[in-house]
Structure formats: structure tokens, C-alpha cells
Design a protein around this ligand. Structure first.
Ligand code: DGT
Ligand code: CA
Ligand code: CA
Ligand code: ZN
Length: 568
């Protein structure tokens, strides 16, 4: 995670130097360092902590960049970037965050038309005044409009769940060093396992609240303390994330866990139920008049209004008060993963290496599903190398005892809904995952038809990342999901939950919809390295928020049953 942060800082410095027309060699050295750090498997913070001098062994990192990295880890800031930023209008920095817009385009808009503001850029594009700039055209003008719309609808700022989890675990481990802390748990949207998290909420119990709060505000990642009271404190971390900590009486811990887990809508509903029974539920407990009748545990809160324990992932007021509760799927139910990439396309490991890693972690099968060749940049599978690819999978499979490597492919759904491969090729795979990766700006009606045509192909048995969203980056192609789900039901096509934290696509609400139509789900990582196996837990979180049980998810099935569910 630190690699990503450092890489982003260097990329941004290079971009801003580029816009400022600085020395091209200097620009290139930042961009190259960003590239290397962003892609290296070793954790850069580890290198720094062991011996900062060793940072210079990284290709492209000399003394100057090494000192910048040290500053970033020591202070959480990069003065070089902060100073550079001061020289630009804020709108320029925002423009750089738009999909498909780099320093070259920003420079063009700024220098040719004086554009330094997103709204003004959009207006100019809508009026058709960008298309005549050198290198632009009607299509790239429309791309800019779409990118601004997506950026404004889905502004960056909420943390991805894996980042939030890592932050929370780190803080909690640190807080346990304080002898006065007894219980400590994270609550809020993170405990409900929402796909993005606004701020972190942490609850503790312990005798000496003052000491606990003091320890909290001295957490090494704290940039600013924004509130420090007797039982509550809020801080901002270097990453910009807010963390709220509360110290509670043990007798109120369950009530507070419930209240601060939320969601707000769930809380409002349960308090209305309590009121009808003549009770009052607050963050301090369950009360009958002035008498406290519960609140030590969450179970007591639910029990007071005649409810069973409701798992946090279901607390969205989306049926948990009315419908029978499911027995939610758990990570340990999973037996495999049906979507991953190897060196045959843009993955970084061999088939055998990735298979061994899954087996070591107790899984029973995987499917290798490399990209078809429509994505020029990732290489990928073509008619001419398919047989060699399939042989490579078979060869690896023979070497694996008590483990199955299935033959898969992530086949591109082309603009009109045709697949990159013909049926003669598709029928060779155990699993053909149909996904869109190109020509993504399409209206809902067209993209729905495009996907349905792919779903109707007799050899397609899985739909990959159905909406194409990238969290904090783009909303995706917005198909009509009810129609897509019905088409999958009619054609016996499984839908994946793509567990990559940037995607988490199929979304939770559509999981519930898929289940109601009898459509089965596969929880897949889309891993490009076996260390992304850990994403499976995030896919399970989405499934749980979508009310799914073990039997709804085919990657919990033993191999034979799995192949039957896939029509193979
Ligand atoms: P986030 O941080 O935006 O990802 O979402 P949450 O759900 O963590 O929201 P947050 O941090 O504002 O508050 C934590 C929990 O506290 C929330 O899920 C429910 C509870 N809560 C906060 N404000 C209210 C409120 O005004 N009414 C009720 N009933 N509960 C609230
Ligand atoms: Ca929160
Ligand atoms: Ca909060
Ligand atoms: Zn894909």
C-alpha cells in the first residue's frame, strides 16, 4: 500500500513538472521511479525501515529521490510536491485526476484556452470547442465530458475497504499496547463491510479514559488532532482519513456497538420498533422509563425488540426487519477461484506458481482465465496460440495432485455484442467469462443489448465484472441490471463478484436481486498475482451484504458439482 502512495506522489510531481515545461529528463526520472515503485513486489516501507540507504538499490532511485521517500515516511508529507502544487490553480490538479487526461492534455487546455477549472472545461467541451485543438476530435471531446461526469458523480475521497481495514487493524494493534485498553472494536461502515468507507469509528472500554485518549492522539500516523474530550477524540491521519475513538462504560458497550455500527437507516427503524414496545434504545442502552434493561451486548439490544442477532452486513434497512435472515456465506466456505491471469496475458506468474499458491492455502481448484487479445496492451490469447495455452494448463494440472486447474478465458465482448472468439474456440474452455474492456462509453440501452447478446452465446457460462465500475475512478457502463440478471437466469449464466477492491462488481444490492431470480454467483479475484488471493474475503463481504448463502455461490461447491453448475 505504501508503494502505491509513493508512486502516486512521484507520478504527480512528474506530471506537474511536465505542465510547468520543466527539464524533460527530470520529468522522466519521476515518472520512471513511480513506475518502478508502483510495480515492485517488495514493500518499500520495509526497505526504508531496515536501512534507508538501501532505497538507492531500487532502479531509478538516487540520492535525491531517496531523501524524498525518507521525508514521506518520516513526516507523511512531501514538501517538493506541496510547493509545486502552490504554483497551480486547484482546477489543474483536478483535471489531472480525470480518466484519460494526463499532463499533455492539461497543458493543451490550459495554454491554448486558459482552462483551469472542471466546470469551465466541461462547458467548453459541451459547446464543441475542444475538438479543434491539436490531437483532439469529436470523440476525445465526448470522452472528456464523460470523464468529468463520472468524476463529479463519484468523487475520489472515500477509502477503499482494503485500505480502511489495514488502517483500522494497524490502529487497533497500536491501541492494544496501552495497558488501560480492555475491549476495542471498529464499527461504522467498515464493520458493515461497505465497499468504500468515509471515516473510521473505533470503540473501546477501559478504566482510564484519559490515558486511552492520550495514547490514541499519539498514534504515529496522526497528522492533526481535531477533538480531544474526556471520552471521545477525533484525529486526521497523514493519509487524510478521519478516525473517531470513543471510550465507553462496559455496561453500554453493546448498545454503543449497535448504535455506531449503524447504518443510520437501520438505527432509525429499530428505534421505532422499540418505541412501539414502550422502550427507548440509545447509544447508552435499552431503557424502560428511566430503568436500563439492557445494553451490555448487542444481542440484548436486538432481543429487547424481539429480533434475532442481525449480522452487521445486513444492517441497511433493506429487509432485515421483515424477511427471514439468511445463514450468510463465510470465507472458509470457499473452495476455489475461477478468474485469474498469468503470464499468458497481463498476470505476473506462471500457471503452476499461481496454482501451487492456491493449493497451499487449502483451495481445491482454480480456473486460469487469461484475456483474449482485444486489449492490445496486455498481449493475450489469440486463435493462433490457444492450443498452446490450453496445453500449458493441462501440463500444469497434471503436476498438481488433489487440485484441479480448469481451462478458462476472459473473452472480450466486442462493441456489437459479438465475442472476440468464435464458438469453435469458445467450446474448448471449461469456463468462458464474457467481459467488456473496450468501447465503454455507451448508453444503457446499447450496453444492455451488447451484454445480453454475449450472455446468449451457448458457450459463455459466466459474466465478468458486469458494470465495469472502478471505485473512485469511473461509474462503469451502467447496464440495466435487472434485464442482465434475467438474461443470465434464462441462459444459465453465472455472474461473478469481482473481488478486486477497486471493482467489487456485482454490487451487493444486485446480489440479492440475482438470488431472487435463481442466478448463481462465483466469487472471483481477477488476480494478477497469487498474493491477491486475499481479495476473496472482500468478495465474501459483498456476498454477505447481498444476503448470499453458501449454496448461492458456486465457488463453495466441490469440483463435480461446480462443473455441473457451469454446464460443463
Ligand atoms: P461512513 O463513515 O460515511 O462510511 O459511514 P458510517 O456508517 O460509518 O457513518 P458515520 O461514521 O457518520 O457514523 C457511524 C454510525 O453512527 C452510523 O453508521 C450510524 C451512527 N450514526 C451517526 N449519525 C447518526 C444519526 O444522526 N442518527 C442515527 N440514528 N445514527 C447515527
Ligand atoms: Ca464511519
Ligand atoms: Ca464517524
Ligand atoms: Zn476483466
Amino acid at each position: 500500500m505504501d508503494n502505491q502512495k509513493v508512486a502516486e506522489i512521484f507520478q504527480e510531481i512528474g506530471d506537474l513538472l511536465d505542465i510547468a515545461n520543466e527539464n524533460p529528463f527530470r520529468i522522466k526520472s519521476y515518472h520512471k521511479a513511480a513506475q518502478v515503485i508502483g510495480h515492485m513486489p517488495k514493500d518499500i516501507r520495509e526497505i526504508y525501515e531496515k536501512n534507508p540507504k538501501d532505497l538507492e538499490n531500487i532502479p531509478g532511485i538516487g540520492k535525491g529521490l531517496r531523501e524524498l521517500i525518507e521525508e514521506i515516511f518520516k513526516t507523511g508529507k512531501c514538501s517538493e510536491l506541496d510547493n509545486l502544487k502552490k504554483g497551480f490553480p486547484p482546477g489543474i490538479l483536478e483535471m489531472l485526476k480525470l480518466r484519460g487526461v494526463g499532463p499533455k492534455k492539461v497543458k493543451l487546455f490550459y495554454q491554448e484556452l486558459g482552462l483551469d477549472d472542471l466546470n469551465y472545461l466541461k462547458k467548453t467541451a459541451v459547446e464543441g470547442r475542444l475538438r479543434d485543438l491539436p490531437g483532439m476530435g469529436e470523440k476525445s471531446e465526448q470522452d472528456i465530458i464523460n470523464a468529468i461526469d463520472d468524476y463529479q458523480k463519484n468523487p475520489p475521497g472515500r477509502m477503499l475497504i482494503n485500505q480502511a481495514l489495514a488502517n483500522a487493524q494497524h490502529i487497533i494493534a497500536y491501541m492494544k499496547d496501552c495497558k488501560d485498553v480492555q475491549k476495542i472494536e471498529y464499527v461504522g461502515s467498515l464493520r458493515r463491510m461497505k465497499e468504500t468507507i468515509g471515516d473510521l469509528d473505533i470503540l473501546t472500554t477501559g478504566k482510564n479514559a484519559e490515558k486511552i485518549i492520550d495514547h490514541f492522539t499519539h498514534y504515529p500516523g496522526v497528522k492533526r488532532v481535531i477533538a480531544k474530550g474526556d471520552t471521545k477524540s477525533s484525529v486526521i491521519l497523514d493519509s487524510g482519513v478521519q478516525v473517531d475513538l470513543r471510550v465507553l462504560e462496559p455496561k453500554s458497550f453493546g448498545a454503543a456497538m449497535h448504535y455506531f455500527t449503524g447504518s443510520k437507516a437501520h438505527n432509525i427503524h429499530i428505534r421505532a420498533l422499540a418505541k412501539r414496545k414502550g422502550l427507548k434504545i440509545s447509544e447508552y442502552g435499552v431503557f424502560k422509563g428511566s430503568k436500563m434493561i439492557g445494553g451490555k451486548t448487542e444481542e440484548e439490544v436486538f432481543k429487547s425488540v424481539g429480533l434475532p442477532y442481525i449480522p452487521p452486513e445486513l444492517r441497511e434497512d433493506n429487509g432485515e426487519f421483515e424477511e427471514p435472515l439468511p445463514k450468510l456465506i463465510e470465507t472458509r466456505d470457499l473452495k476455489g477461484d475461477l478468474h485469474m491471469h498469468t503470464k499468458w496475458s497481463d498476470g505476473s506468474q506462471t500457471i503452476l506458481d499461481i496454482a501451487k499458491a492456491y493449493k497451499e492455502n487449502g483451495y481445491e481448484y482454480i480456473a486460469i482465465a487469461d484475456h483474449s487479445g482485444a486489449l492490445g496492451i496486455t498481449g493475450g490469447l489469440k486463435e493462433s496460440n490457444i492450443d498452446k495455452y490450453l496445453k500449458d494448463i493441462e501440463k500444469a494440472d497434471k503436476k498438481m495432485k488433489d487440485f484441479k486447474i480448469l481451462k478458462g478465458c476472459e473473452v472480450d465482448v466486442m462493441k456489437g455484442g459479438d465475442l472476440y472468439f468464435g464458438d469453435n474456440i469458445l467450446k474448448k474452455f471449461d469456463i468462458a467469462i464474457a467481459s467488456i474492456h473496450t468501447a465503454m462509453s455507451m448508453d444503457t440501452d446499447s450496453v444492455t443489448k451488447r451484454l445480453i447478446k454475449a450472455i446468449e452465446n451457448p458457450y459463455v457460462n459466466m459474466l465478468g465484472h458486469p458494470t465495469g465500475r472502478l471505485l473512485n475512478q469511473r461509474t462503469g457502463y451502467e447496464p440495466d441490471m435487472e434485464k442482465i440478471i434475467k438474461a443470465c437466469a434464462a441462459n444459465n449464466v453465472v455472474i461473478e463478484i469481482n473481488a478486486n477492491p477497486m471493482r467489487l462488481d456485482l454490487y451487493d444490492i444486485y446480489c440479492k436481486m440475482a438470488k431472487s431470480h435463481g442466478v448463481k454467483i462465483a466469487i472471483n479475484t481477477d488476480a494478477h498475482h497469487s498474493n491477491q488471493m486475499q481479495f476473496l474475503t472482500l468478495g465474501v463481504a459483498v456476498a454477505r451484504r447481498g444476503w448470499l448463502e453458501k449454496s448461492d455461490v458456486i465457488t463453495t461447491y466441490p469440483l463435480k458439482k461446480l462443473l455441473k453448475a457451469l454446464n460443463r
